[in-house]
Design a protein around this ligand. Structure first.
Ligand code: PMP
Length: 353
């Protein structure tokens, strides 16, 4: 079967060269005579794979030496709890979307939280104004809101207060200065690799502050001391993530892919803005480059669009139930040809309806 253009929000499309390499190496990795899936996570051959993936992420993001990189399980959702449990105090959280709210709600289980911004009132079609407090224990934002298709155009200045971010849906899609952050965490299944790995990047001075009741497996210091292997890591997912990171390096790295991502998003938004059928309600300066949401004039046409697009080899365009309509997730592995094919289909659909 021919491969489709997969616009899934995550788990998302992976580069075909990565899948083919994984396929070639599936039953025997190098000269080991065994699959990566069958290796002990403590073996030298596997540690080389794991450490190679960590090193590639460090290189791609320019992660400074005073930051620790962990590859953990549990997804971004586990970090919603791990963040307040590891950092404590009274933090600021910005409610800019469904996952941002999820992080906030989880933090509220462990103590008082100050809401430093909230755009729920307009169904999250913009990034809210903020009022961060200088004495907050940390400030939490979500750089890209996957469901609502918004992105912080600039990082907020929180002064000496550590900025903690859920970067799940736009990590590695654009250049960020890691020095601006106290903590960055991201589920892998959009731009890092397959589901099952969570990257957590922590400035070293923020390690060792965990509350006593923080579960050991979620304790960043304990995981740092155990080099992410307090328990068995997602060995195979980390291996595939490593292949994806190598692929990104071959594309010229984050700065190079950012240019392509800007072009892809611009093509799609320009087309939507100039069409009479499709609408995107997000404040233009706050539009996501990774998740482009749009609607037709009616729910019936939306449903028909997603169905017919699927038949035309453009998969997973149905929007999230909280927003309706369509969502095209165009992460790093979506080639510009995929975006062009989508626009061609949108034109045809517009003419026919
Ligand atoms: N945060 C954001 C921004 C997301 O898009 C998602 C969904 N992948 C999550 C958190 C939840 O991630 P996970 O499924 O890895 O827990």
């Amino acid at each position: 079967m021919e491969r489709v253009y997969n616009f899934s929000p995550g788990p998302a499309a992976l580069p075909i060269s990565v899948l083919e390499k994984a396929q070639r190496e599936l039953c025997s990795y190098g000269s080991t005579g065994m699959s990566v899936m069958e290796m002990s996570h403590r073996s030298k051959m596997y540690l080389d794979i794991f450490e190679g993936a960590v090193a590639q992420l460090r290189k791609l993001m320019g992660i400074p030496a005073d930051y620790t990189v962990l590859f953990l399980q549990g997804g971004a959702t586990q970090q919603f709890a791990a963040v307040p449990l590891n950092l404590g105090g009274t933090p600021d959280y910005v409610d800019s979307g469904n996952f941002a709210r999820g992080a906030l709600k989880e933090a509220q289980k462990y103590g008082e939280v100050h809401v430093a911004g909230d755009s729920s009132g307009d169904n999250y079609t913009h990034i809210p104004e903020t009022n961060f407090r200088p004495d907050a224990s940390f400030a939490h934002i979500t750089t890209n809101n996957t469901i609502f298709g918004t992105r912080w155009p600039e990082l907020p200045d929180t002064g000496a207060v550590p900025l903690v971010t859920d970067m799940s849906s736009n990590i590695l899609s654009e250049v960020y200065d890691v020095n601006r952050f106290g903590v960055i965490y991201a589920g892998a299944q959009k731009n890092i690799g397959p589901a099952g790995v969570t990257a957590v990047i922590i400035r070293n001075d923020l390690l060792g502050r965990a509350r006593k009741d923080c579960p050991k497996v979620m304790n960043w210091k304990a995981q740092t001391d155990a080099e992410s292997m307090l328990n068995t890591p997602s060995t195979y997912a980390v291996y595939v993530a490593g292949l994806c990171l190598d692929w990104l390096a071959e594309q010229g790295g984050v700065a190079a892919i950012e240019k392509v991502n800007i072009e892809k998003a611009k093509l799609l938004y320009d087309f939507i803005d100039n069409s009479t059928m499709y609408t995107n309600k997000v404040l233009p300066e706050h539009r996501s480059r990774m998740n482009v949401v749009f609607t037709t004039p009616t729910k019936e046409l939306d449903d028909q669009f997603a169905k017919e697009a699927g038949k035309a080899g453009l998969a997973n365009l149905k929007g999230h139930r909280l927003v309706g309509g369509m969502r095209a997730s165009i992460y790093n592995a979506m080639p510009i040809e995929g975006v062009r094919a989508l626009i061609d289909f949108m034109k045809k659909f517009e003419q026919e309806h």
